[in-house]
Design a binder for this molecule. Structure first.
Ligand SMILES: C[S@@+](CC[C@H](N)C(=O)[O-])C[C@H]1O[C@@H](n2cnc3c(N)ncnc32)[C@H](O)[C@@H]1O
Length: 320
């Protein structure tokens, strides 16, 4: 069973003030209004969240993750993973190595790591990010995602429904933040708020590792040109579930670099290429493995360069 979310790290998303427990399972704000109800270990918001407004372009995101996104098939695979990740053995091994490599950013450990938009924590390598922390605080719009995360993290976890653009977390309480494949699902004009929120909740000295997506990635284009010379495009195409139509918006690197951020940041890399590239060019055999070993070596040798010019950077935010 999950621990009760500790009120000292929570804040009311409506009033921005503290929350307190009223009885066994209701969290109220200072004005006495009930804001959260504890349902099977997850603090579920009492007021409708994102996705209710017909004009919100990211409605499709909440609809998918509230319903089938984190459902598992008979092999335990999530619908989200089947739709968006190349799960053939060679590609999946590479993806998992890339996740694992970023784990070195969390080696210092501490009391709390925030997993912002945790989903179901679909890879063990993501789960390992929390190994050196006393508690993993999982925040997600979707309650089914948090119930699934609870299956992985268990009683060391804290599970709170919430929106990254207005986190239900007190400022300066998190030792570290991990946020993977979430910000580009937020409406374009609110993504800046999400970056600022992740920085707000960090403790001084803390680090946030945010996996994002650049719309133009010259390194990936170069890789595609090389692959085109050697490989018949489409020859390696994997049978995947069709992508559910979902809102995505990728700001450019020049957009990111032109913002007046109050924080210091650097670029690292999650993956130079996307799943489309893996599906189209990477054979699920020794040739694919050899090619991906080369990519991994490049990412490890020049993470800053790859983070600026590859498709999926890891943006590292420091709170000084
Ligand atoms: C692509 S999944 C990523 C899950 C996990 N972080 C991973 O890397 O596998 C996106 C998750 O972000 C959540 N999400 C999307 N927009 C959000 C928002 N504005 N606030 C909080 N969670 C959000 C979704 O509900 C979903 O569980």
């Amino acid at each position: 069973m999950a621990m009760k979310p500790p009120v000292e790290i929570l804040r009311c998303p409506q009033t921005k003030g503290p929350l307190y427990w009223s009885g066994e399972d209701v969290l109220c704000s200072e004005d006495g209004a009930p804001r959260y109800r504890l349902i099977n270990g997850v603090a579920c918001g009492d007021t409708p969240g994102r996705g209710q407004d017909a004009l919100d372009p990211s409605r499709s995101v909440s609809a998918f993750y509230e319903s089938e996104g984190w459902e598992q098939d008979e092999h335990g695979q999530y619908k989200d993973t089947k739709a968006y990740v190349d799960t053939r053995a060679t590609s999946l091994t590479f993806t998992r190595r890339c996740i694992d490599r970023l784990g070195r950013r969390f080696k210092r450990g501490g009391r709390y790591i925030l997993d912002a938009g945790s989903g179901a924590i679909p890879h063990n390598e993501l789960l390992n990010y929390g190994a050196k922390f006393e508690h993993r605080v999982c925040v997600d719009l979707s309650a089914p995602a948090l119930w699934a995360a609870q299956q992985k993290v268990g009683e060391r976890g804290v599970y709170v429904q919430g929106d990254l653009t207005n986190l239900p977390i007190q400022s300066g309480t998190m030792d570290a933040v991990t946020c993977n494949h979430v910000i580009y699902l937020i409406p374009a004009e609110q993504q800046k708020d999400a970056f600022l929120e992740l920085w707000r909740v960090l403790k001084p000295g803390g680090v946030a590792v945010i996996v994002y997506w650049w719309p133009y990635a010259p390194l990936a284009v170069r890789m595609e040109k090389i692959a085109n010379r050697f490989i018949d495009p489409g020859a390696a195409e994997a049978a995947l579930d069709p992508f559910p139509k979902m809102y995505h918006y990728y700001h450019s690197r020049s957009w990111f670099e032109s913002q007046d951020w109050p924080f210091r940041y650097e670029f690292d890399i999650y993956r130079i290429v996307d799943n489309g590239f893996l599906r189209n060019y990477v054979a699920d055999d020794w040739r694919g493995a050899l090619f991906l070993n080369g990519l991994f070596a490049l990412q490890s040798a020049a993470p800053g360069f790859c983070g600026r010019h590859g498709v999926m950077p890891a943006i590292i935010i420091h709170k000084d």
